[in-house]
Each structure stands twice: as structure tokens, then as C-alpha cells.
Design a protein around this ligand. Structure first.
Ligand SMILES: *Cc1c(COP(=O)(O)O)cnc(C)c1O
Length: 368
């Protein structure tokens, strides 16, 4: 016998990827700020430091990181049930609401199935759908950047398993109204799951929708929310769904075991116990949002009524490039979307003023 390692004949490239994964686009994350003068406005994170009450429980939890977290996240699910006025069996949690959405897709979709969503919307949707082997069915937003609900209804067929409504929509900030949504849900066949993704719900002004009311009255509706945005816990990865029992049970079955850390679970509970402070922080963003949007409109920029913690500048490729260059020169990280435009996260007044300064007057912006 030869002393050299055995060779496997005919194999040179090593294991290959599934064709589905081979063809997937990479998730494009907002760039991260590397130094203090850079304003990180690319990922819709909260610009606020953690609340003291949240920081304290996270520090206390550190002494327990040698232990696995509570896999069922019982205390968090009970606290959420109280908050949402549903039962704990109707709550599922995961590593971010993207994690919960992945559970939803894994529990409901496979090859041959279709998932309908508006486009442009959250870029994780086509990726998570494609991963299951199902087919994404994007329905273009209307000319006012709103969900085209009639178009979405028309896209539903026998293969449709899930429809996602993103309100406020990322990246346009536009919302679906209560009566529109009620009419939509009433028209969706009962075998199709309607996921209402409310990642930015805390930033919606006084005319928000009662998604949980719609959840309670419809067996095929679930509501998806996150601690990553207004609650300021993006770095800890925790999100949740209000889902009816069969689905919630399915989500727990397909979930990555121990996917939500003890740090995340305790921070989420502490945050739910500090909703007044969270609301105050969100109110400050809402106030800044009105100021920024009103100002930009007064100097000729055209932008939709965002109900989230960001603004949306629709732009062709040329304007988009100019916008990205201008923000780059000003050390402001923003998020550009091919063919569609630029999204800028709102922050404190001083940072928002830097944004206004970069944009200046619309009439002279691309003549500089
Ligand atoms: C940010 C965001 C999420 C949540 O992300 P997680 O950090 O995974 O909770 C979900 N949906 C939309 C539309 C978002 O913009």
C-alpha cells in the first residue's frame, strides 16, 4: 500500500452548493460606521444608546452565558402575550423577525409554492422565499410607492401559500390603511397565510392600523414584529410573531434550537417594561421626521409620507449615484437601491441637519 493519502478519482471541485443557493443574491447589509464622525444611516437602527434598565439586565445575564438559553423563551413569550393581549401559545420568537420569517417560510412553503409580496420592499423576502424552493412573486408598488393591493390579489392563485404585507414598507415608509387591509384580508382565500410585517410599527403616527384586531378575527393572519428598530436591540437579534396555534407550533418546530440568547430574552422583557421610554424615543423620531420631510419638500424634493424611521428618495441611476457620492463625501452612510433610489435613516436633529445640508435645494442639487 502506498503511504500517500487516497485520491478520489474524478473529483476536483469539492462539494457543490444546491442550485437554489448558487443562484441566490447576497443580502446587502447597510455599511457599518468605522469611526465616530461617520453617521450610520444605512440600516434603520435606533441611534439611541441602550436604556439603563435594559443595559442592567443584560449585564446581569452575562454571568449565565455558560448556560443555554430557555429554548421555549417562556418568560418572554408570556410577557409578549400580556403586551399583545394574546395567549403565550400564540407567540413565536426568533433571532430577529427575519429569523421568525425564515421559520414561517420553512413551516409553510416548499418547491412549487408561491409567495406574493410588494416590490420594492424588504430585500430579505425574495431570499427567504427562494431558499425554501418556493417562487417569489413580487408585485410592483404603485406610482405613489404604495402596495398595489388589487394587483397583489390578482397575483394569488392555487399555488400561493403566503402573502406578505410590509407596513410601513421598507424602504419607502408608506403604509397600508385599516379599511384597505381589512378588505384585502377578506378577499384573500383562507388557505393563504397573510403575514403583516410591522418592523416599524412604533413609528407610525396616530392613524396606525389595528393589526392584532385583524389577527384575532382571521385564522390566516399573522403579525411579525421586532426589537431591532424602535426598541434599539438590533445587535441582540430578537423578533416575534403573533400567530395562531397551529402555525405558532410549526414555527417552534422549525426554529433553530436556542436561537434567541438569554441576553436577548432578558433585554426584550426589560424593554417591554419600559414601553413609555421607548414611545418617547419613537415620538422624537416622528417629530424629526415631520421636520425633515417638510423641509425637504419646501426646497423641492419629492418624497412619500414615511411612517417609519427613514426617508425615501426615489431616484434614477444617475441621481442615485450623485446622491450616494454626496452622502459619501459628507461621511454619511445611506442605503442605495439599484434602479429605485436611496433610503436615509433618521437620527438626532444634528445628524438630520447634516442630511438636509447634503441634499440642499433640489433645483441645484445635480448642478453642483
Ligand atoms: C429591519 C426589518 C426587519 C427586522 O429585522 P430583524 O433585525 O431581523 O428583526 C423585518 N422586516 C423589515 C421590513 C425590516 O425592515
Amino acid at each position: 500500500m502506498s503511504s500517500t493519502a487516497p485520491r478520489i478519482s474524478g473529483q476536483t471541485a469539492g462539494p457543490s452548493l444546491r442550485a437554489t443557493v448558487e443562484g441566490l443574491p447576497d443580502y446587502v447589509a447597510g455599511r457599518r460606521a468605522t469611526d465616530a464622525k461617520v453617521a450610520a444611516l444605512a440600516s434603520n437602527e435606533s441611534h439611541e444608546v441602550p436604556l439603563p434598565s435594559v443595559e442592567r439586565v443584560v449585564r446581569e445575564s452575562i454571568s449565565r452565558i455558560n448556560r443555554y438559553p430557555d429554548m421555549a423563551a417562556s418568560a418572554l413569550r408570556e410577557r409578549l402575550a400580556l403586551f399583545l393581549k394574546v395567549s403565550p401559545e400564540e407567540v413565536a420568537v426568533g433571532p430577529g423577525s427575519v429569523g421568525v420569517l425564515q421559520q414561517i417560510m420553512a413551516a409553510t412553503c416548499g418547491p412549487g409554492d408561491e409567495v406574493v409580496f410588494a416590490w420594492r420592499s424588504f430585500e430579505a423576502y425574495p431570499i427567504l422565499v427562494t431558499l425554501t424552493g418556493a417562487t417569489p412573486v413580487p408585485v410592483p408598488l404603485d406610482q405613489d410607492e404604495n402596495h398595489d393591493l388589487d394587483g397583489m390579489l390578482a397575483a394569488i392563485n392555487d399555488r400561493t401559500r403566503v402573502v406578505i404585507i410590509c407596513t410601513p414598507n421598507n424602504p419607502t415608509g408608506t403604509t397600508v390603511g385599516q379599511s384597505q387591509l381589512e378588505r384585502f384580508v377578506a378577499a384573500v382565500p383562507s388557505h393563504v397565510l397573510v403575514v403583516i410585517d410591522e418592523a416599524y410599527v412604533e413609528y407610525v403616527g396616530p392613524h396606525g392600523i389595528d393589526s392584532l384586531g385583524i389577527f384575532r378575527t382571521h385564522a390566516n393572519v399573522c403579525v411579525l414584529r421586532t426589537f431591532s428598530k424602535a426598541y434599539g436591540l438590533a445587535g441582540l437579534r430578537v423578533g416575534y410573531a403573533a400567530a395562531h396555534k397551529t402555525l405558532a407550533q410549526g414555527l417552534r418546530r422549525v426554529a433553530l434550537p436556542f436561537g434567541v440568547s438569554t441576553l436577548a430574552q432578558t433585554a426584550a422583557i426589560a424593554s417591554l417594561n419600559a414601553t413609555r421610554e421607548i414611545q418617547e424615543r419613537a415620538a422624537a423620531v416622528i417629530e424629526e421626521r415631520s421636520r425633515v420631510i417638510q423641509h425637504l419638500r419646501s426646497v423641492g424634493w419629492h418624497l412619500p409620507d414615511s411612517q417609519a424611521n427613514f426617508i425615501w428618495l426615489r431616484a434614477d441611476e444617475e441621481l442615485k449615484k450623485q446622491l450616494l457620492d454626496a452622502f459619501d463625501r459628507a461621511d454619511i452612510l445611506v442605503r442605495g437601491y439599484v434602479e429605485d433610489g436611496v433610503r436615509v435613516t433618521l437620527a438626532d436633529a444634528t445628524t438630520n441637519d447634516r442630511v438636509l445640508e447634503v441634499l440642499g435645494d433640489r433645483a441645484t442639487f445635480d448642478k453642483r
